[in-house]
Design a binder for this molecule. Sequence first.
Ligand SMILES: NC(=O)c1ccc[n+]([C@@H]2O[C@H](COP(=O)([O-])OP(=O)(O)OC[C@H]3O[C@@H](n4cnc5c(N)ncnc54)[C@H](O)[C@@H]3O)[C@@H](O)[C@H]2O)c1
Length: 323
Amino acid sequence: MDRNRQLATRQPFDVVSNPEFLREGAAVADFMRPDRVVVGATSARARTVMEQLYAPLTSPERPLFFMDPCSAELAKYTANTMLAMRISFMNEVAALCERVGADVEEVRRAVGADKRIGSSFLSAGVGYGGSCFPKDVKALVATAHAHGLTFPLAEAVEQVNERQKHWLVDRARAYFAANGGLAGKRLALWGLAFKPSTDDLREAPALTVIDGLIAEGAHVIAYDPVAIPAAQKLLGDRGGKLTYATSAYEALAGADALLLVTEWNEFRQPDWARVWTLLKSRVIFDGRNLFDPDQLRTLGFFYAGVGRAVPAVQEVAFRQANN
Ligand SMILES: NC(=O)c1ccc[n+]([C@@H]2O[C@H](COP(=O)([O-])OP(=O)(O)OC[C@H]3O[C@@H](n4cnc5c(N)ncnc54)[C@H](O)[C@@H]3O)[C@@H](O)[C@H]2O)c1
């Protein structure tokens, strides 16, 4: 045994579990103002050290919870799976809204105002991504399996999310079905990162959308404020079927439709007159319900959002008038 190892093994130490609840792009703010701090520790000595360490950041409103390490780890998986479950649940509601002629944004407003439910993580869209939700949902399911249980609710969260990533391709395919399908179509895609304020493409819905569109013979022109270098590295040009634009407007030139994937602030209030001039056909598929359907329809665009029903006659009429 060398001298360093001998020294190390003679030092008393404790192991604690201290899961973090930090969001990408907001990690410093989340760290400084935590909802709570969770520490799994078995010794009084470790608790004292952790209490001192977190003293500047905790208060009665920002409590420090001590528990056993197993509960601390499970608290982390449970929190993330519950948030992911809210997203998948609303995506299921959105699918129903489209069938029955409702608007999921109205449903969300009404449901989120219930104090018992709250309004966070209820937005319908093209699915969650990133490193944490997908990984932690899987971890909860795997942990249940490893202990002889099933966890059908968490499994459904993941299945619904995977289905939801196909919403844009399915919606665009349905729209263009009577017009030669997606083959040969030029489609502008706004947003590559799995969420705004990051260039992270892990499990990003944009990856499913791009490959789905290209598989059907479309050409994709993608724009993202920060994630293009990461996308170029990960995806390349997909055999010439994927082009990267240097601005949101450049992506639109001659396109048969705009597909919104990530709700970056710079996409919130585009110059619609400019969008109108650049698009070849004025068709918008909004994967994050970022835009105002009434405004766009009044301006003459075809608009479809997630869980926002479009009357079939309106869709057929628009397509016929614009063929
Ligand atoms: N980011 C990390 O490196 C990291 C590391 C470890 C743990 N975590 C944990 O994972 C959690 C998730 O972190 P994150 O960085 O992925 O960010 P996040 O919580 O901001 O977003 C996660 C997903 O939820 C979606 N989402 C956000 N708000 C929504 C809403 N109102 N309605 C519907 N969908 C919404 C986002 O699009 C994204 O796909 C954190 O809260 C933290 O507990 C994160």
